[in-house]
Design a protein. Structure first.
Lengths: 990, 368
C-alpha cells in the first residue's frame, strides 16, 4: 500500500526548503489560549543593502514605481583599531537595551545593521526603546538598516530541540553576522580582482556565552564597552551605557533586600478583576516625598501610600497596582513638610551595606507626622492607606537634575576613576538616582540629563545612567532646555518633511485675486467689514479678529473671525501629524515653541492688519440686550483694519473724540460683552483668579528686569466674552452634526470633598460660608467672601478655590453622556475650543468638523473615528497641561533671576499651614514660598500646631503665632535651592 | 450494542458457513491465513499531523481504513456553586495571602468533570445524529472518562480548566467496524497532545508560557526508559475481540465479524496499581453483524434439492431448531458464554497480553 504522510516534508529536507514555520502560544485578552502556527516563506531577494554589493542591487525587490529602495550602508564605513578596513555593526538585543543613548549619538555608530530578530526582541522588552530604534532607522544620516534575517533563506535559523529562545536568537544573530561577512567579502571580490579593503561585519554583544561561541566560529565580535573605549571621548560615552547590566556582576554577591517582591502579573490581574486590588497612577506629594497617592476608579478619594516600603520602588507617574492596608494602619495625610534632602543628606552612594529602606530619621519624621494628626476632626481623620504590590507599567522618562556635591568623592577634573554619585532630579517627587560616572568632576554644577534603568529590591535608590549635560546650572540655555525636557515639550526645529507641506509660494502667498480661483469656492467675501484684532502687545500669531455693526432693525451684527488654519494644514499630512503631536504652542517668558511652522503661524494664517486673509467666521445677530437671534458659520476672506493691543484698544474706546465706524463698532462690542458677561455670571459662571505675573525683560538681551502682576482691562474681557460665545456656538453646531465624534471640552464639577477643607478653614478663621453644591452657589458665596480691611482677601480665596477645581479636558462627544458635557467654570452646557487654531490643535480639529458640518468640505475619516479622536484628546490634554506647567516654570525661573541679589519687604498672606512651616503668597509678584520653622531661628524653635484652628504657635525667641489667611510682612531674597539647583525666591518672616 | 447495519457483507450462507467452520477450528484459520488469533492488521501511524492542534494522529490500516484525530484544548471558566468557605478562601488568595494551605486541596482526584471532554465522531456517509457515530462517540468518551485520569489532568485551578475537544474523523468509508481503529488513533493523539505551560499560581487567572516548546504533555512521559513496564498513566485503548465457538479472535476484519458468535469491546489501560499487564476499564458487547446475515436453507427444507418446504412458519422454526447443530449457516443467537468473556479479558490484560502489546506499540511510535 502506498502511504502518503499528511505532514509537510519540511522537516525532511531542512535547509533546502523555502518554507519554515514558527509555533507559539498566544493568550488573548478574553482569556483564550491559542496555539499559533505561522508559516514563513523564506526568500533570497532580501538585499544586504551595502553600497559595496552589486549582486543585491539586481535581486532586490522593486516597489510599484519600479524603483529599488536606495541602499543604506556606506561603501566606506568608518574603521577602528581592531578593524582597520572599516566595519558594519550588528548589535544584539542587549546592546540596544543598554546603550540606546550611544546609538543615538551623531558622532559615532554609523552603518549599523538592525536584525529583525533583534528588533522584535527589543519591541518585546521595551516599547519606548523600540520606537527610538525605529526613529533611528529612519534617520538617513545614521545609516541604520533593518535586515529581515528571519525571512532570508541563508540566515534563517531553526530552533533546535531543547534550545532556549534566547540561545536560538543569539545563534540567529551570529549566523547573520557570518553570512554578512561572507557576502561582503564576495561582493568586494566581484568588484575588482585586486585585493581591496574588505569591511568587517562586527557583532556587538555583552553576552559572554555569545562572545565565546562567536570566537569559536571565528565571527568578529566585541563588547559594547570595548567598542566604545576605542572611540573618541570614551569616558563620556561609557557613562551612557545603562547601569543595569554592569550591576549584574557587581551585585551578584549581595543578597540583602530592602523591598518586598512584586506580585506576579497574573496575580495582580486576578486581584484587580476581583476588586481586591486596585490599579492607578502613582503620584507623589510635592510637599512630602514619602507620601504618595493613587487614585483608583473604585473610590472617590485617592488612596494614601505612606513611606518608602509601601511605595515599593514606584516612581511618580508609574501605573501601579495597590492593596488597601488593614484599617488599623489607616492614617491622615501628614501636615508636615518632608523633603528628601534634609533627611538623607549623608547617604553614601557607594556604600551599599547597612542601608535601610527607611532610615531612622525618615521613620521618626513619619511617625511624628502621624502622631500629630491622629484623632482630629475633618481633615485629620485617618484615611485609607495602601501599599504598592506591583507595577503594570513604568513611566520612566529622562530626568533633569544635578549631581549632589556631597556624593562626589574626588572632584578633581583630571580624575577618570569611575565613581557612583547621586543625581538629584529637579522634580522633587522623583527620588535620587544613583549614577556611575567617570566624569564626576566635570558634571558638578551642570544641568544633567539622566535616565533610570532599574530599581532592584536590593537597592534603596534607583540606578540610572548619564545621558548628556545641558550646560551650567542657572544659565538661561540650560535652564530653558531643562524645563522643556521636564515637561516633555518637543522643541527641535520642524523636520524637512513638515516644512515640505507648506505652500510653495512662501511669504509671497496671497489670497487669490480672482473670485473664480478654487480657493474662493464656498467662501464669503467679507473684505468690506470693519474688522480689527485685539491681542496682547507684540502678538504676531493673531488667531482672532472681531467686528460689530448696527443693523437697520436695531439689532447688532457681531462677527468673530478666526484664522483659517485648516485651509493650510490638511489632515494626516506630515505637518498635521507633527501639530497633533505637539498639541499646543508653548509660551515661555522669552520664547515661544510653535505648534505650526513660523510661516503659517505668524504670516499666512495670522490675521494681520491691512492684508487679506482666509478666515473662518462666526456671525451672530444679537439684540441690544445681547440675546442671540441667529448664528451663521462661514468660511470667508477678511481684511483686518487694525491690530490693537488691549491697552491701545482701551484708550481708543475711552477717547470720546474718536467717532469713526471702527471705534464705534468696538464700543458696541464692549457694551454687548458686558451684558454677555453679566448673563454668564447670572447663570453661575465662576470668576476665578490665578496669580498671573508678567516679567519685564530688556528687549535685546531678554534679561529680566522687573516683575509685575498682569493688569486686566475691559478689553481683555471684551475679547474673552466673544471667544467664549463663538466656542459655545461652534460646540453646539458640531455636536448637532457629529453627535458621536464632535471634539468638545468639559469641566467636571469638583467633588464636594475638594471644598471641604477650604470651607472649614473659612468658617473657622473668618466665619464665612462657602457653598459648593452648584457653580452658582459657589460663585455667589465666593462673592461674599470679603474682608473689608483687606481687598485682596477675596482674590486669595478665589485662588485657593481654583486649586480645588478639577481641570478641564478635551473629550470626544461619544464617550460621555450629555449632562457630563457641562463646563462647570463657564456654566455652559456645551463647550469646545475653536478660536485659537494657530496655537491649539483641538481648535484645528474643531475647524475641520465645523467645515464639514456646514458642508464646506468632506470630513476626513480620521475625524469620524471615535478611537482615533480619543487618542488625540488624550494627547492634547497632556500637552496642554505640560505647556502650562512649562510656562509657569519659566516664569518661576525668571522671577528668581529678576529678584537675584535684591532684598525687599512685601506683604503676603498665609495660605497653607503645616506643623513645621507655612506657605506665604505674595500678591505683588504672584509667588508663593514656604517658610519652615527652622528658617525662623536656629536652632529650630519648638512649635505647637493647632490643626483645629489652623494656628501655629512658635515658641522660643520668636514667640509668635501664625494663622491661616493672616497678612504678614515678608522679606524677599533669593537663594539657590539645593535640592533642585534652581534659583528660587526665599521668603522670611519679618 | 451498536447496530452495524452499514457493514454489508455480501457472502452467501455457504461462504459464511465455510468461514465460520475454519475460524472454529483449533487453531483457527483466519481469513488472512498468515495471522494468528491475536494478530492485528498491520497499520501505519503518524502523529502531529495537524500543526494547529494541541495533538493529532492518523492511523491507516492496510485494508484501507483510515482515521484522523485532532485534539484541541481551550481554557474555560469552571462553573461552580461558591460555598461560603470557598468564597472566603478566594478572597484571601486574591488579596495576596501567599501561604495559602494546600491541605484542603487534597482531593486532587475527582476534581474533573465529564463535561470537560467533548468528542465528535464523523464518518463519511453518516449524519451526526445517526446511531453509529453517536454510539462510537459515547463508547470512546466513556472509556476516556472512566478512569478519571484524563479529566483530572484538565484541572487548572478552582476557577479554570481546560476543555478538551477531540475531533475524530474517519477518512475512509466505514469498511469494517472502526471502533478499535478510532480508539487507537485517539489514544495516539492524546498521548502526543501538549498543553501550554502554566505560569500563574494557585487560583489566579491562568497565564501561560508563550513558548510552545515549553508546553507540557497531557500525559507526562515517565522519566526512566526501562521498557514500558513501570507504572505510568496513558490514555485507554479499546480492543475488539470476537468469539467463534471456543476460539477467540482479536481485531477481526469485516468478513470475520460477519460470522462472529459474539463481539466484545474491551477498554483497557496500563495498570497503575498492579505491576503486571493492563487494567480493564470497561467492557461492552457489540451486536455482531452476523445476526443479520441471511439464513442458509438446509437441503431438507429445499424443494430444489428434494426436500420438503415447511407448510407454515411455525413449522419452519421447529425444523430449524432441530437442524441447529448441522453445518448449514444459521445466524448465531444469544450472548457470550461467561467462561469466554473471562478468557478474553485474561488474554487482554495478562502480562504481555494484547492490551499491553497495543499500548506499547503506540507508545513506541511516539518515542521513535
Amino acid at each position: 500500500m502506498e502511504y502518503f504522510s499528511l505532514k509537510r516534508s519540511a522537516d525532511v529536507d531542512r535547509g533546502q526548503s523555502n518554507l519554515s514555520s514558527k509555533v507559539y502560544v498566544r493568550s488573548t485578552k478574553s482569556g483564550k489560549v491559542q496555539k499559533i502556527v505561522r508559516e514563513l516563506y523564506l526568500r533570497q531577494d532580501i538585499p544586504c543593502s551595502s553600497n559595496l554589493c552589486r549582486a543585491c542591487l539586481h535581486i532586490a525587490p522593486s516597489n510599484y514605481t519600479k524603483k529599488v529602495a536606495p541602499f543604506v550602508l556606506s561603501d566606506t564605513p568608518a574603521g577602528s583599531k581592531n578593524f582597520p578596513n572599516g566595519q558594519y555593526l550588528i548589535p544584539d538585543t542587549n546592546a540596544f537595551l543598554t546603550g540606546m543613548d550611544l546609538f543615538e549619538l551623531e558622532s559615532a555608530f554609523h552603518d549599523v545593521v538592525v536584525l529583525q530578530t533583534v528588533l522584535e526582541e527589543v519591541k518585546n522588552r521595551s516599547l519606548p526603546l523600540y520606537h527610538r530604534l525605529i526613529a533611528l532607522t529612519k534617520n538617513e544620516g545614521k545609516r541604520f538598516y533593518v535586515f529581515f534575517n528571519e525571512f532570508r533563506q541563508e540566515t534563517h535559523v531553526h530552533r533546535d530541540a531543547g534550545e532556549t529562545i534566547n540561545d536560538r536568537n543569539d545563534r540567529a544573530v551570529r549566523k547573520s553576522v557570518q553570512w554578512y561577512n561572507q557576502h561582503i567579502a564576495q561582493a568586494v571580490a566581484s568588484r575588482s580582482k585586486k585585493s581591496q579593503r574588505i569591511p568587517s561585519v562586527v557583532m556587538i554583544s555583552d553576552d559572554r556565552d555569545n562572545l565565546r561561541k562567536s570566537k569559536a566560529d571565528n565571527i568578529p565580535a566585541t563588547t559594547l564597552s570595548d567598542f566604545v573605549s576605542g572611540l573618541e571621548n570614551a569616558d563620556e560615552l561609557l557613562d551612557m551605557i545603562s547601569a543595569a547590566q554592569e550591576r549584574r556582576e557587581v551585585r551578584s554577591a549581595k543578597t540583602e533586600v530592602f523591598y518586598p517582591e512584586y506580585f506576579t502579573m497574573s496575580k495582580m490581574m486576578t486581584g484587580v478583576k476581583a476588586g481586591t486590588l486596585h490599579q492607578g497612577i502613582f503620584n507623589v506629594s510635592p510637599y512630602n516625598y514619602l507620601e504618595g497617592s493613587v487614585h483608583v476608579p473604585a473610590f472617590d478619594k485617592s488612596l494614601l501610600i505612606l513611606g518608602r516600603e509601601n511605595s515599593n520602588r514606584a516612581v511618580s507617574g508609574d501605573l501601579v497596582v495597590v492593596e488597601v492596608l488593614p484599617q488599623d494602619q489607616w492614617k491622615a495625610p501628614s501636615t508636615k513638610i518632608i523633603e528628601e534632602e534634609t533627611l538623607n543628606k549623608n547617604d553614601n552612594p557607594e556604600a551599599e551595606d547597612g542601608e535601610n529602606v527607611i532610615s531612622e530619621r525618615e521613620r521618626r519624621a513619619l511617625q511624628e507626622a502621624v502622631k500629630r494628626v491622629h484623632g482630629q476632626s475633618t481633615e485629620g481623620r485617618p484615611q485609607p492607606t495602601a501599599r504598592v504590590v506591583g507595577i503594570i507599567k513604568r513611566n520612566w522618562r529622562q530626568y533633569v537634575g544635578h549631581i549632589d556635591r556631597d556624593s562626589v568623592r574626588s572632584t578633581s577634573k583630571a580624575s577618570r576613576t569611575q565613581q557612583t554619585v547621586f543625581l538629584i532630579p529637579m522634580d522633587k517627587r522623583i527620588p535620587k538616582i544613583r549614577i556611575r560616572t567617570r566624569q564626576a568632576g566635570e558634571l558638578l554644577g551642570q544641568r544633567v540629563l539622566a535616565t533610570i534603568d532599574s530599581w532592584d529590591r536590593d537597592s534603596r535608590y534607583p540606578v540610572g545612567h548619564f545621558v548628556r549635560s545641558l550646560g551650567e546650572l542657572e544659565s538661561k540655555g540650560a535652564e530653558t532646555e531643562a524645563l522643556l525636557l521636564e515637561w516633555d515639550v518637543q522643541y527641535r526645529p520642524f523636520p524637512k518633511i513638515v516644512l515640505d507641506c507648506l505652500p510653495a509660494e512662501g511669504h509671497d502667498w496671497k489670497v487669490p485675486a480672482s473670485l473664480d480661483d478654487p480657493g474662493w469656492k464656498g467662501r464669503r467675501d467679507l473684505r468690506d467689514l470693519l474688522v480689527c484684532s485685539i491681542d496682547p502687545p507684540g502678538c504676531v500669531d493673531i488667531d482672532d479678529a472681531l467686528h460689530a455693526r448696527k443693523l437697520p432693525n436695531g439689532n447688532f451684527e457681531v462677527g468673530v473671525h478666526i484664522a483659517d488654519v485648516s485651509h493650510f494644514v490638511k489632515p494626516n499630512n506630515a505637518m498635521d501629524k507633527e501639530a497633533s503631536q505637539r498639541g499646543t504652542t508653548v509660551y515661555l517668558v522669552d520664547k515661544r515653541i510653535d505648534m505650526l511652522p513660523m510661516l503659517l503661524g505668524t504670516d499666512l494664517c495670522s490675521l494681520k492688519p491691512y492684508v487679506e486673509r482666509y478666515a473662518f467666521s462666526v456671525v451672530w445677530e444679537v439684540t441690544p440686550d445681547a440675546d442671540l437671534v441667529s448664528v451663521d458659520f462661514t468660511k470667508s476672506v477678511i481684511r483686518s483694519r487694525e491690530a490693537f493691543s488691549y491697552e491701545q484698544a482701551q484708550i481708543r474706546i475711552d477717547d470720546r473724540s474718536q467717532q469713526d465706524d471702527l471705534t464705534n463698532g468696538m464700543r458696541h462690542l464692549m457694551k454687548l460683552s458686558k451684558k454677555l458677561k453679566q448673563k454668564r455670571y447670572d447663570a453661575g459662571a465662576l470668576n476665578l483668579a490665578s496669580p498671573e505675573v508678567k516679567v519685564q525683560t530688556e528687549s535685546e538681551t531678554s534679561d529680566p528686569v522687573d516683575v509685575q502682576t498682569k493688569k486686566l482691562l475691559d478689553t481683555n474681557s471684551l475679547v474673552e466674552e466673544f471667544m467664549l460665545l463663538a466656542n459655545i456656538s461652534v460646540a453646539g453646531k458640531n455636536y448637532e452634526a457629529f453627535p458621536q465624534t464632535a471634539l468638545l471640552r468639559r469641566h467636571a464639577a469638583p467633588p464636594k470633598t475638594n471644598f471641604e477643607e477650604l470651607a472649614n478653614q473659612l468658617k473657622i478663621k473668618k466665619g464665612l460660608e462657602l457653598r459648593s453644591d452648584s457653580s452658582k452657589a459657589l460663585a455667589d458665596s465666593l462673592d461674599t467672601c470679603v474682608d473689608s480691611k483687606d481687598p485682596f482677601f477675596n482674590t486669595l480665596v478665589r485662588i485657593m478655590a481654583t486649586r480645588c477645581m478639577m481641570s478641564a479636558e478635551y473629550f470626544c462627544a461619544g464617550t460621555q453622556a450629555y449632562p457630563e458635557f457641562r463646563h462647570y467654570g463657564l456654566a455652559s452646557e456645551i463647550y469646545t475650543h475653536f478660536t485659537s487654531p494657530i496655537r491649539r490643535y483641538a481648535d484645528l480639529e474643531a475647524h475641520r468638523q465645523l467645515a464639514a458640518a456646514i458642508e464646506y468640505e468632506q470630513l476626513d475619516p480620521s475625524l469620524h473615528s471615535k478611537g482615533k479622536l480619543e487618542g488625540v484628546c488624550k494627547n492634547i490634554n497632556v500637552r496642554h497641561r505640560n505647556a502650562q506647567m512649562a510656562g509657569r516654570s519659566s516664569i518661576e525661573y525668571y522671577v528668581g533671576q529678576a529678584l537675584k541679589g535684591k532684598d525687599m519687604k512685601e506683604e503676603g498672606f498665609v495660605m497653607k499651614i503645616f506643623s513645621n512651616g507655612f506657605v506665604v503668597f505674595v500678591p505683588r509678584f504672584g509667588i508663593e514660598g514656604l517658610i519652615r520653622l527652622r528658617d525662623l531661628a536656629t536652632p529650630e524653635p519648638e512649635a505647637d500646631f493647632d490643626a483645629e484652628s489652623y494656628t501655629l504657635h512658635v515658641k522660643g525667641d520668636v514667640n509668635r503665632s501664625v494663622e491661616l489667611f493672616e497678612k504678614v510682612m515678608v522679606r524677599i531674597t533669593d537663594e539657590m535651592e539645593e535640592s533642585t539647583g534652581k534659583r528660587k525666591v526665599k521668603l522670611s518672616l519679618v | 450494542m451498536a447496530p452495524s447495519q452499514h457493514v454489508q457483507v455480501n457472502l452467501s450462507p455457504a461462504e459464511l458457513s465455510y468461514l465460520r467452520s475454519s475460524l472454529a477450528q483449533s487453531p483457527p484459520i483466519r481469513l488472512d491465513h498468515t495471522k494468528g488469533p491475536k494478530d492485528f492488521r498491520s497499520m501505519r501511524a503518524e502523529y502531529d499531523v495537524l500543526p494547529g492542534a494541541n495533538g493529532s494522529a492518523r492511523i491507516a490500516l492496510d485494508d484501507g481504513l483510515e482515521a484522523l484525530v485532532g485534539v484541541k484544548a481551550e481554557v474555560e471558566k469552571s462553573q461552580r456553586s461558591p460555598r461560603v468557605d470557598e468564597q472566603e478562601h478566594r478572597l484571601t488568595v486574591a488579596a495576596g495571602d501567599m501561604d495559602m494551605q494546600d491541605a484542603d486541596d487534597d482531593d486532587t482526584k475527582a476534581k474533573g468533570q465529564n463535561a470537560w471532554v467533548e468528542m465528535s465522531v464523523e464518518i463519511p456517509g453518516f449524519r451526526d445524529e445517526d446511531a453509529l457515530p453517536v454510539f462510537l462517540a459515547s463508547m470512546l468518551t466513556e472509556s476516556l472518562l472512566a478512569s478519571g485520569g484524563l479529566k483530572d489532568r484538565l484541572y487548572i485551578n478552582r476557577r479554570f480548566h481546560w476543555k478538551l475537544y477531540i475531533d475524530i474523523l474517519l477518512l475512509s468509508p466505514a469498511l469494517s467496524y472502526p471502533l478499535a481503529l478510532l480508539s487507537m488513533t485517539t489514544h495516539l493523539a492524546l498521548l502526543t497532545s501538549r498543553l501550554p505551560a502554566l505560569k500563574s499560581e494557585k487560583d489566579e487567572d491562568p497565564l501561560f508560557d508563550d513558548d510552545w516548546d515549553a508546553s507540557v504533555p497531557l500525559y507526562p512521559k515517565s522519566k526512566g526508559k526501562t521498557k514500558g513496564t513501570q507504572a505510568m498513566d496513558r490514555p485507554p485503548v479499546i480492543v475488539l475481540a470476537m468469539a467463534v465457538d471456543q476460539n477467540i479472535i482479536f481485531d477481526p476484519c469485516k468478513e470475520e465479524l460477519a460470522v462472529a458468535d459474539a463481539v466484545l469491546a474491551v477498554a483497557c489501560t496500563d495498570s497503575t496499581s498492579s505491576p503486571s499487564g493492563a487494567q480493564v476499564i470497561a467492557i461492552r458487547t457489540i451486536d455482531p453483524p452476523s445476526h443479520l446475515t441471511p439464513l442458509g436453507v438446509p437441503n431438507a427444507m429445499n424443494s430444489a434439492t428434494g426436500g420438503v418446504v415447511p407448510a407454515s412458519t411455525a413449522d419452519a422454526i421447529t425444523q430449524r431448531e432441530l437442524l441447529a447443530s448441522s453445518d448449514v449457516w444459521t445466524p448465531p443467537r444469544g450472548g457470550m458464554k461467561r467462561a469466554l468473556v473471562g478468557q478474553i479479558v485474561k488474554a487482554v490484560v495478562e502480562k504481555g497480553g494484547v492490551a499491553e502489546e497495543v499500548i506499547q506499540a503506540l507508545q513506541s511510535i511516539d518515542v521513535g
